[in-house]
Design a protein. Structure first.
Length: 166
């Protein structure tokens, strides 16, 4: 790609990046969003079951889905940048601005509803308390040591003052 082609591509790139949107669906499939790379929410669809979870859960669901859609739009922007300016320049932008969101470690989604662990069953008085896992050391044994190549150490200790083999 010549310098003139890169300049022409860079001029149109601003328009393309401003129009770029990304869409994402929440892993629970209760929400779908479309957003721009700057985080502007363009569309939001909620499943009717999402509303039954209460306002806090719906808020978390919307925020998480909007973040996923924004990440998708940013990723599309990086892809457009690479197509327009070439991989070398796109990699330079990545080095400056950071990697695109789909290359960074995924943050686990916030659960839509808090998970409650059921209460433990009451223990009987005759049952002994269970020992912690490390108490009995029942588990895998360490690997066996390999046999030494030489079992006779007489040569090693022939000279007690030097402690070296002769």
């Amino acid at each position: 790609m010549t310098q003139e082609q890169r300049l022409a591509a860079a001029e149109g790139l601003t328009e393309v990046l401003a129009r770029t949107t990304g869409s994402a669906e929440h892993p629970t499939r209760l929400a779908r969003a479309t957003a721009t790379a700057s985080g502007e929410l363009k569309a939001l669809d909620l499943h009717p079951n999402a509303l039954a979870q209460g306002p806090d859960a719906v808020g978390r669901l919307v925020v998480e889905t909007a973040r996923l859609a924004t990440d998708a739009a940013v990723q599309k922007s990086y892809n457009e940048l690479a197509k327009s300016l070439g991989d070398g320049l796109a990699m330079a932008v990545e080095a400056f601005a950071g990697p695109p969101p789909l290359r960074t470690a995924q943050i686990p989604p916030v659960p839509a509803e808090p998970q409650v662990t059921p209460p433990a069953a009451p223990r009987s008085r005759t049952a002994r308390p269970t020992a912690p896992p490390w108490a009995g050391q029942v588990g895998s044994r360490p690997a066996a040591r390999p046999q030494p190549e030489e079992t006779d150490d007489d040569d090693y200790f022939a000279d007690p003052f030097r402690g070296q083999r002769q």
